[in-house]
Design a binder for this molecule. Structure first.
Ligand SMILES: [Zn+2]
Length: 427
């Protein structure tokens, strides 16, 4: 299968400075085969990208797909009250089919707002994987493990990792995932680390999201959450550390001394909505720790639109440092593309537009009132654009959405199913 993209302005996200140029892109099967000024070639499909900017698909480094059902459900509460009195009672009643439809809705929402890869952790992941397969998204998935029902989740992780992880053309990769330092005892975390080593895969965990969590870990183990993980050899394997708000200079030194592979997933809107705090992204990046952007699950965040996260991330850092130059639009774009790919260990496959990389591309329609004039295209994307400016999405060389229409998917049916589940569970 060959696809040719013509008339495109490309933002390739390769260098330290933005590089925007007019070029054609030839896609062969799932990879970018050639980028050139003008390509003449017999192809199966041509896409005219006039008035569009083509850039790498956005990478959402921390999600809980099946939580779409919680949109607007018992909002504006304190975290523990929200979890214990709103979220957990409904989660207890979620059936496998519910996980499938809820995840399906999230996959569609992400694709329609320009996300081509996500990193998901939850339970019932076999049903989330079905939704990911149907929609065409690229994803890392993990069964979230706490101190109960460990064996079953470990077995599922092993079974699905063997099914997906060795195939270089698979869109799905399976990680291990101890839920968080406060919800996993040392034995549970050790089991997950050993499993990640056995399967030669990564580990996804929440870390230092709230002050309360910091206190629990300190009271229980006499150390910071980062030290707790280091002492359990977590940093021997590639890691995605979600949130990373309460990380001290000593913790940063631990991460650096371990030369960690992976990095931090920053979830600015979730951190704001739950009043968790502000991740010091500027300091982490200064210390050469990879930072990607994530949404977290619906409920703690409001949409899965990464453009919203990009804006919020930029504004939070500017306020946090009281320094408007501390982070620039292009830095934020890197965090949602190539640096996100580094956090997930996928930087050799996705995150930039380069020959040989997988063809995960988004086309942003630029001839719009709120994107006019184009004094600075990167600033326009980060500060002025939104998810509905994404016109076309290609994942793994396949057009998944064009002219904002999903190919081969009935969006209405998915919404109907999720509304039915919400009516049953979220009274
Ligand atoms: Zn989370």
């Amino acid at each position: 299968m060959k696809t040719l993209i013509t008339n495109s302005y490309i933002l390739d996200m390769v260098g330290d400075e933005p590089n925007i140029r007019k070029a054609d892109i030839l896609i062969e099967n799932n990879k970018i085969a050639r980028i050139d000024k003008e390509i003449i070639e017999e192809v199966d499909e041509k896409i005219n990208a006039k008035n569009m900017l083509v850039m790498p698909g956005l990478i959402n480094t921390h999600t809980h797909l099946a939580m779409s059902i919680f949109r607007g459900y018992k909002d504006d509460r304190k975290l523990m009250d929200w979890l214990e009195n709103a979220i957990f009672p409904v989660e207890d009643k979620l059936k496998p089919e519910d996980i499938y439809w809820n995840s399906y809705l999230s996959c569609l929402e992400m694709i329609k707002s320009g996300t081509t890869t996500c990193n998901d952790m939850y339970f019932g992941m076999n049903k989330a994987i079905e939704a990911i397969e149907v929609t065409g998204l690229r994803a890392i998935v993990a069964w979230s493990i706490t101190d109960d029902s460990i064996r079953d989740k470990i077995e599922k992780t092993r079974e699905y990792a063997k099914r997906y992880n060795d195939d270089e053309n698979s869109r799905i990769t399976v990680f291990t995932s101890p839920h968080a330092p406060y919800s996993c005892n040392p034995d549970t975390i050790k089991l997950c680390v050993d499993l990640a080593k056995e399967l030669k895969t990564g580990l996804h965990i929440h870390l230092a999201e709230t002050l309360n969590e910091v206190k629990i870990v300190k009271d229980r183990y006499g150390k910071s959450a980062t030290e707790y993980l280091a002492d359990l050899d977590v940093f021997d394997v590639p890691v995605v550390l979600a949130h990373g708000i309460y990380i001290s200079e000593k913790d940063i030194k631990i991460l650096k001394d371990h030369n960690i592979r992976g990095g931090i997933s920053h979830n600015p809107i979730s951190n704001c909505k739950l009043s968790s705090g502000i991740c010091d992204v500027v300091n982490l990046r200064k210390n050469e720790i990879n930072v990607g952007l994530g949404t977290d699950g619906i409920g703690s965040t409001t949409t899965l639109d990464m453009f919203e996260e990009m804006k919020t991330a930029a504004y939070l850092q500017k306020v946090n440092t009281m320094e408007p130059t501390a982070i620039k639009a292009y830095d934020i774009l890197k965090m949602s593309t190539i640096e996100g790919a580094k956090v997930l260990g996928l930087e050799n496959q996705i995150g930039t537009i380069e020959e040989g990389k997988k063809a995960d591309l988004i086309f942003i329609k630029t001839d719009k009132l709120h994107l006019c004039p184009e004094n600075d295209i990167c600033a326009n994307i980060v500060y002025s654009a939104n998810g509905s400016d994404v016109d076309t999405v290609m994942i793994d060389g396949k057009i998944i959405m064009q002219n904002r229409k999903m190919r081969n998917i009935n969006e209405r049916e998915v919404m109907k199913q999720v509304k039915k589940i919400a009516k049953r569970l979220c009274k």
